[in-house]
Structures are given as structure tokens and as C-alpha cells.
Write a protein that binds this ligand. Sequence first.
Ligand SMILES: NC(=O)c1ccc[n+]([C@@H]2O[C@H](COP(=O)([O-])OP(=O)(O)OC[C@H]3O[C@@H](n4cnc5c(N)ncnc54)[C@H](O)[C@@H]3O)[C@@H](O)[C@H]2O)c1
Length: 384
Amino acid sequence: MKLKLLIVGAGMYVCGRGTDGFGTVLPSLYEAYRCGLIERVDVIATRPASIQGLMEKNNRLNERMGFGFPVHGHSGADAYRRALKEIKPDCVIISVPDHLHARVAIQAANAGSHVLVVKPLAPTAKEAKEMIQAAQKNQVYGAVEFHKRFDDANLKIRDMFSQGKLGDLLYIVVNYSQRKIIPQQMFKDWSNKTNIFQYLGVHYADLIYFVTGAKPIRVMATGQKQWLTAKGIATHDAIQVVIEWSLGKKEFTSIIATNWIDPNTSSAMSDQKISLVGTKGRIDSDQKNRGVQIVTDENGIEDFNPYFSQLYTDTTGQTVFRGYGERSIHQFLRDVSNIKLGVQKPKDLRNFRPTFEQGLVSTAIIEAVGVSLKKNNVWVNVRG
Ligand SMILES: NC(=O)c1ccc[n+]([C@@H]2O[C@H](COP(=O)([O-])OP(=O)(O)OC[C@H]3O[C@@H](n4cnc5c(N)ncnc54)[C@H](O)[C@@H]3O)[C@@H](O)[C@H]2O)c1
């Protein structure tokens, strides 16, 4: 079934604003269009210049992919409300700053559209619950674009855990950071409205929940404000979070360290590693160094992740977009198509997808982390 799709937001994640690339959402839609899943796409941004930037990226993608793609742009802070009414999209992908997720998602659900929100679901459990209620009331499917659930390296971790090969899980350590350019340039308009745990740490909070099915009990967070504050950006450079998780009678602890002040000369935009230690085994997964290192006069040393979202020329000479980012968006569109065809219902997906209900878990963690930081690093219970 071909879908009418509305995208709210035309930034870095949608089309690679401010980068040489094309982002993740827009090129993924080319693949979905090629598979016959899309009828038309409308994109909303606040400023006309953002839509112009999106159209330029789209034209360049047209050339690379070798086929045209019907994208219509609209601008204005309120333009998404009009579009929901006039276009009546089958589904909406929301990629606006975090503090706006709930507002846009609830209106989309109330308009009867299925909704995919980029991570995090929302910054607070209250907003997340309102989103869940809006989706349930309108019988639409609501999901979070947690693409790390689609990375084969993480599926292996999940299998090892669920098959008991690690024994009883004792602790998990995550190290995740990005370059200074992210808070300083890319998101300078809203980096002080979020924090680095909410921006990066949430991916692994969700992944730990996805891998283990455990319930987060309480958190304790510490953070440092130095480099960014000196540049006039009022947010933490780095945040370290301890989370206690319960698996019925057993418990384990995770430690997630995040920063966004890595040098801009680092060998990859994202540096990310996870280790899980259990009574019968351990897994260490370097999710930055995937074994492909490139060195050029132009860009120096780069550790290249071939598995996230990339354009490639396939064996027939055709340009294709591949990776776990693409698979995550494709899965949402396929699910919406199946719901519209009556093959499945939103509630059938409850245990299998990053639904709004599942997104509440990592949102409750984010909120508790914010409280711990404000209250001198006290332990805070997670209330989902
Ligand atoms: N999953 C990931 O790996 C990943 C990566 C980057 C960003 N993100 C998430 O994507 C979201 C957006 O991030 P980005 O990097 O694209 O940011 P960005 O600052 O590049 O873009 C934000 C976009 O939101 C639009 N916008 C803001 N208010 C709006 C409104 N009222 N109506 C319509 N459009 C509005 C702006 O016009 C802009 O196009 C954030 O929630 C972020 O956490 C996810």
C-alpha cells in the first residue's frame, strides 16, 4: 500500500543540514519509494531557508539515486497543523527538537496519523504518557526511531543474553561521545534545552532495556560544565549515569558515560562502545571501530561505520541506501502499510517494536537523570 507521508523537521537527521551528507530519513525514503511504499512526501520546517536546503539535498539525491522523488515543502511554525488537516497523511515522521516532540506527536495522532518520533520519545514521563494516551485513543501506531535495535551487533548481544550464554548479568559499561561541533554549531539553537545524556545516552538506555527486558529502578548522575559553558552554551560537557536495573529477583548495574566535547579531529563523529559482564561470559562491542579505517590527505584518519546509514553503489551500478538507520525507518513504513491493509493492528506490535509504551522506559530514565543532576547527584527512583 502506498502511503502519504508528512515529515515535520528538515534538519540534520532528516536531510543532513550542515553536513556534506543527506541525513538518514530522506535517503531511507528513497528506498521505501523504490519498494512502492510511498505515494507522496510533504516536509515542514519553521524557516523557508530550511526547506530550500532540503530541496537542494533532494535534487542532489535525485541525481545520485537516478530517479525522481515527489517531495513538497512548507514552512512556518504552524505549517504542520495545516498540513495535518489538508493532506491527511497516513503517517508522520517527527524530527524536531526534543521539547517539541509531544506537542507535534499528539496533534498528529489526533489527526488519525500513525507516528514515528526520532529519539527520545519526549523529555518527561508526563509528556510520554500523554503521547501514549493520544495514540491509544485514536487507535494509531506510535513508535520511536531507536535504530540501534536494528544493528546486527546488538541483535547478537540480545541473543547471547536471552540464551543465557552470559549467565547472570552483573554490569554493563557504555562509553558514548560526539564532537564539539554538535552542540557548538549543529544544534546551537537548542543544545541548552537538552543535555548530552538525553541526546546520546538515551540510545543505550533503550538498548539495555531492549536486550534485557529489565526494569530500571533508580539512577544517580554526575556531570561537568566547563568547556561549553565557557563558550556561552549553558549545558553539561559530559554526564555519567549509574542505573540499577531489576530482573525479578536479580539485579544488575549499568554505567553510561557520555560527552559532546570530543575533538573535531576525532576519527569518527560518534565514539561508542558497550561491554556486558555476566557470571558466565562477557561481550565487548566496539561500535565505532567496525574494522574499516580510511586515511586520506583531505580528511585524515576516519573510522568508518559501514553498517549505520550509507549510500553505496551496488553490483548493478545502482546507488542504494543501506544500514540499520534505513531498516528502522523502513520497518515503521512497512508496519503502517500492514495496519492500513488490515493485516496487523497497532496492539500486535506492542512486544516487538520500539512503541511509545516501550519509549516511556528510557524517557523516565532521562527525567530521573535530570533530577539527580539538579539535586547534587542524589539517587532518584525511576517513575515510568
Ligand atoms: N536518532 C539519531 O541518531 C538522531 C540524530 C540526530 C538527531 N536526532 C533527533 O532528531 C531531532 C531533530 O534533530 P536534528 O538533528 O534534525 O535537529 P536540527 O536542529 O538540525 O533540525 C530541527 C528541525 O526542526 C524544525 N522545527 C523546529 N520547530 C518546528 C516547528 N514548530 N514546526 C516544524 N518544524 C520545526 C526546524 O525547522 C529544523 O528543520 C531531535 O529530537 C534529535 O534528538 C536523532
